[in-house]
Design a protein. Structure first.
Length: 576
């Protein structure tokens, strides 16, 4: 994590410096107290007591100021580090391929970027505040105790190894437990996310009780594991306190004997006990940090897994040939998810000409959506190559490729902004007239004008205040505003009635006349006027031709026509 903390190293250094100043102030106080007792109290010298007491107050004030400044700089450094780390992880996730996004659940990514990063940030904060003070105070207290009386310091040499052994033992025992706790949190977050997203379905099927029990089961499981882990780590505190109190008793016993025989002064015994208490505080602080470390190390591994993830979609910049005859070419393409041996697409070879209107049809799981997802490089091909404008899509850099392509996905998604702001995702510089024009083509202008605030109406989370058809039309308008060279509809008319779909397709024909379009649809009536139709069957191309020719040459296509009661002879489609 150092590279993310490096910009804030100066603030971290100042925080450490002031914390050490506070520790040194604390270390000097017992010695002054010892002098007050042994010189001022025993000799009844009030002026000396007043003088040394004033000195103690001054040193305590300096320590207080150091503590305030340390807290300020440590908070700034740790929180800015946390923000930097979160921003870096978020940016990294934005560049993940769909394959990599499928590798991690949404709940896990959310937990990692929030709770896990907070855990690491708190560890950095505690390290600056407690580790430095604990080490400085602890080591300093031992040194001062040795200076006061080397004989009594043997007690430190007995106590310290015992405490270190106990702490190490408990940390090792708790490590696996906290790893389990983090996984349980992921599971609980997943259920919570599913319930909030699918609340309408749960209510429609009257499954509230089932989901309550499911959530309670996961919550109780997390509770038990957290109690088990925390109880284990907290149970060490009484043992450490017991050992330290035995040490205090030993100091009083042996120190009292040495005072009796005149080998030690009363003030030195008091100072020695103060240094022993400082050691106790340091050990407790370091023990707490070891407890925190048990949890943070798990969070660190989870965050590091994202940080170390290599971006699959690597972009190499090359010169683009805009005059290529074929705008899209698939050359012997094979594709499998996550490097699997089972190919979803096999031996895909096709050429789509510039300005051509292509339809794609096939059964469920035949690879239609996967095929079009390869064009904007949401996934990288396993074998073969795909060319856009005569250049391998892996040779495009930055957003060069995706600026050419507009895609309306099968699952529509709207952001929690106004309708206008959602549409302007296609082009932030678009004018009011351009926005209204694309909405008219997408058959959305009528219902948008009737909204309470028309185009300024806010969209609730996920677009839940709009119907499926309305969301599809807003998504289509958003993509049209982009004015892409290649326009892909991934079953984007499924929520539209026949009349709306017909009007939309007619409007598209005029607006995007020279644009290459690819339309996936389960309905032949939506594709029958296309220049050519790709017929997918079990990840392979069963046919690629016009409707009339496919009826004659492709048995799979003929079977689909018959199942949808589309005539296979004569005129099959009438615009009227």
């Amino acid at each position: 994590m150092f590279k993310y903390f490096k910009p804030y190293l100066g603030k971290g250094f100042l925080a450490a410096l002031f914390k050490m100043g506070e520790a040194f102030a604390d270390l000097s106080l017992p010695l002054i107290m010892a002098k007050i007792i042994d010189t001022g109290v025993l000799n009844k010298d009030f002026d000396y007591i007043l003088k040394m007491g004033s000195k103690m107050i001054g040193i305590a004030a300096i320590g207080y100021c150091c503590a305030i400044l340390c807290n300020y700089f440590s908070c700034r450094a740790s929180q800015e580090f946390g923000a930097n780390l979160r921003d870096s992880i978020f940016t990294k996730i934005q560049h993940f391929s769909f394959n990599q996004l499928n590798k991690y659940s949404q709940a896990s990514l959310i937990t990692r970027i929030t709770k896990d990063v907070d855990q690491i940030t708190n560890m950095f904060l505690m390290c600056v505040r407690m580790v430095l003070r604990g080490l400085t105070t602890g080591i300093g207290a031992v040194i001062m105790a040795v200076i006061i009386n080397p004989f009594l310091s043997i007690i430190f040499l007995v106590i310290a190894p015992l405490i270190i052994f106990l702490t190490t033992f408990y940390v090792k025992k708790s490590f696996k437990l906290y790893a389990t706790v983090q996984k349980k949190i992921d599971g609980l977050t997943l259920i919570l996310r599913e319930n909030l997203s699918g609340l309408k379905v749960i209510k429609a099927l009257s499954k509230e009780k089932v989901e309550e029990e499911r959530f309670s089961e996961k919550s109780d499981d997390l509770q038990e594991k957290t109690i088990e882990a925390d109880s284990l780590m907290l149970s060490k505190l009484p043992f450490i306190t017991l050992i330290m109190n035995i040490g205090v008793v030993a100091v009083l016993w042996f120190g009292g004997l040495r005072v009796h025989y005149g080998k030690l002064q009363v003030g030195e015994v008091v100072a020695f006990i103060n240094y022993l208490n400082m050691t106790l505080f340091s050990m407790n602080a370091l023990s707490f940090l070891f407890t925190l470390y048990s949890r943070t190390s798990i969070s660190y591994q989870r965050v590091k897994e994202i940080v170390d993830e290599k971006i699959e979609v690597v972009k190499e910049c090359r010169e683009i040939d805009e005059n290529s005859k074929n705008i899209i070419e698939f050359d012997n393409v094979y594709f499998a998810y996550n490097g699997s041996d089972k190919y979803i697409l096999e031996n895909i070879n096709l050429k789509i000409k510039r300005g051509e209107h292509i339809g794609i049809i096939g059964g469920i799981g035949s690879g239609k959506s996967t095929l079009v997802s390869l064009i904007p490089r949401f996934y990288d091909v396993s074998k073969g190559s795909i060319k856009v404008d005569g250049v391998d899509i892996r040779s495009y850099c930055g957003d060069q490729l995706r600026k050419k392509i507009g895609i309306v996905l099968q699952k529509t998604f709207l952001f929690s902004q106004s309708v206008k702001e959602n549409i302007k995702w296609g082009d932030q510089k678009a004018s009011e007239d351009e926005i209204k024009k694309v909405c008219e083509i997408a058959q959305g202008a009528d219902f948008i004008d009737k909204l309470p605030q028309a185009y300024d109406t806010d969209v609730t989370k996920g677009g839940n205040n709009f119907s499926g058809g309305q969301k599809q039309r807003i998504s289509i308008a958003r993509t049209l505003l982009k004015k892409p060279e290649i326009l892909i509809f991934d079953d984007s008319f499924s929520a539209l009635d026949f009349i709306t779909e017909y009007k939309l397709m007619k409007g598209l024909k005029d607006y995007m006349e020279k644009v290459t379009t690819i339309t996936i649809s389960p309905k032949i009536s939506s594709l029958i006027r296309m220049d050519r139709i790709i017929v997918m069957d079990n990840g392979k191309i069963a046919g690629f031709d016009s409707h009339e020719n496919l009826i004659k040459s492709c048995s799979v296509y003929k079977e689909i026509c018959e199942s949808q009661e589309i005539c296979i002879t004569g005129e099959c489609y009438d615009e009227k």
